[in-house]
Design a protein around this ligand. Structure first.
Ligand code: SF4
Ligand code: SF4
Length: 222
């Protein structure tokens, strides 16, 4: 019958129109801030620095400055420490004396995260960061940027679990290498130290009962 297709199409449109008002999962308006839509795992806003257990001693960042160099708008500022502290694997490493990010300039590209070899910088999901002052208030210091690994697990559970696995594997590999090096050193034969009472030095005549070597030729006089 002519017009059946049009009627079917109109029925679909009408069902969706009415459903968009009553089916909860299809409502696109929420009563923010009382009501919030859970953010997807890969949502990102600005970077944060991850620490394990202690915000100062446990900071994973070793101030290598790779992220500072690679950041396209150059909004990361790092000053390296003069001394070293043990990293998460117990290896002495430098740490950032100063680590600032100007989030008024940051474009949330995540390049800093991609280039960091220490899993030290990750992307936060916090978007409620509006401030009255445009400049200083948006310059985040190390203390504001530092977040625990537990916080990272809360905002990016899948990614954080994968990072933990990688770090645990790297720590185990480093331990195994250390043990193998120690075992190899222990298995190496100890060099015998010459005993001065039983061995004579070249040309020496101090061995008891030994005949002094005769000189094959007299010194030539000119
Ligand atoms: S997310 Fe991009 S712009 Fe922001 S600090 Fe990292 S590298 Fe720089
Ligand atoms: S966050 Fe990563 S790349 Fe940036 S300085 Fe620290 S360790 Fe290096």
């Amino acid at each position: 019958m002519i017009g059946t297709g049009i009627l079917k199409g109109m029925a679909v449109t009408a069902r969706n129109f009415v459903g968009s008002y009553f089916e909860k999962e299809r409502l696109i308006t929420v009563q923010y801030p009382e009501e919030r839509i859970p953010l997807p795992e890969n949502y990102r806003n600005f970077p944060i620095l991850i620490y394990d257990n202690d915000p100062e001693a446990g900071l994973r960042c070793v101030a290598c400055k790779i992220c500072e160099k690679e950041c396209p708008p150059q909004c990361i500022y790092i000053t390296k420490s003069d001394d070293k502290k043990p990293d998460y694997m117990g290896k002495p490493q430098f740490y950032p004396k100063v680590f600032d990010i100007d989030i008024s300039v940051c474009m949330s590209c995540q390049i800093c995260v991609e280039v960091c070899p220490f899993e030290a910088i990750k992307m936060d999901k916090d978007f409620e960061l509006s401030k009255r002052e445009r400049f200083d208030a948006l310059l985040l210091r190390k203390e504001e940027l530092s977040k625990s690994n537990e916080y990272y697990h809360r905002i990016h559970p899948v990614e954080a679990a994968a990072v933990d696995t990688n770090l645990a594997e790297a720590a185990a590999a480093a331990q195994a290498k250390k043990k193998a090096a120690a075992a190899a050193a222990a298995a190496k034969p100890t060099p015998v130290t010459p005993n001065p009472t039983t061995t004579s030095a070249p040309g020496s005549t101090s061995v008891p009962g030994a005949t002094p070597p005769e000189s094959s030729s007299s010194p030539t006089k000119s």
